[in-house]
Ligand binder design. Structure first.
Ligand code: ADP
Ligand code: MG
Length: 233
């Protein structure tokens, strides 16, 4: 395991519900090393998506410490968090969030252009080829199937060469073949580019491809386990 990339210490999140405060996360202590792959398992409502949102800087914490590469994330304002996400994090959701007025290649190139990266279009072309969609680069999202849109979204995410990939049940609503491709590409980025992978899943088999499994229950870490993959690493 490399240096700690993400560190949560006694993280709590309490939100205001109609019937008073609701404890969503309840004292999370978690360290994730650079380049590590970690699966988050747990029943529905246990706080998995919330945990991912906090690590990705999409949601703040009520109390506790949260740092990324030694930088305290709890003191960042909205602009700093947005910049942090753009520079370091790619988030892969079940829904694709592609821009409908842009073609596949424009969707993949846009974040690279925004970030001022060199050669966004050749790079986008390469990433689309990696997800098997070279032929579709001029097509709009509405002209593509759900699985194809998901692959474009993944190409867009990986094109940014993120240090951290956050995936929230990324294969939940896809047919087997596309799901497998997405899994292969995410683990490929983890293995070949050293991206840290944090993956929420219901799939125990998929979780076992990660080096570590963290189980949540009622907003707390119920258990942690190093997998065979983790032991071999
Ligand atoms: P999971 O992804 O494990 O299914 P979530 O992180 O989505 O769980 O949600 C954890 C708990 O927090 C659930 O009980 C959910 O209803 C609640 N929750 C999530 N977001 C909010 C919110 N904005 N306001 C109030 N409760 C929320
Ligand atoms: Mg969820």
């Amino acid at each position: 395991m490399g240096d700690s990339l993400i560190s949560l210490k006694n993280v709590h999140l309490t939100l205001d519900g109609a019937a008073g405060p609701v404890k969503i996360l309840n004292g999370i202590d978690l360290d994730i090393g650079a380049g590590e792959s970690v699966a988050i398992l747990g029943p529905s409502g246990s706080g998995k998506s919330t945990l991912l949102s906090i690590v990705g800087g999409l949601e703040g914490v009520s109390s506790g410490q949260l740092s990324f590469a030694g930088r305290d994330m709890t003191v960042m304002d909205e602009d700093e968090l947005a910049l942090f996400r753009r520079e370091h994090v790619s988030i892969v959701f079940q829904s694709f969030h592609l821009l409908p007025t842009m073609t596949a290649i424009e969707n993949v190139a846009a974040p690279m252009e925004l970030a001022g990266k060199a050669d966004p279009f050749p790079r986008a072309e390469k990433e689309l080829a990696a997800v098997g969609l070279s032929e579709r680069k001029g097509h709009y999202p509405s002209q593509m199937s759900g699985g194809e849109q998901q692959r474009v979204a993944l190409a867009r995410a990986l094109a940014m060469d993120p240090e951290l990939i956050l995936a929230d049940e990324p294969t939940g609503n896809l047919d087997g073949e596309t799901g497998q491709m997405i899994v292969d590409l995410m683990f490929g980025a983890n293995r070949d580019r050293g991206a840290t992978l944090m993956l929420v899943t219901h799939d125990e088999k998929l979780a076992r491809l990660c080096q570590r499994i963290v189980r949540l229950k009622d907003g707390e870490i119920a258990s942690q386990e190093v997998t065979d993959v983790g032991r071999a690493a």
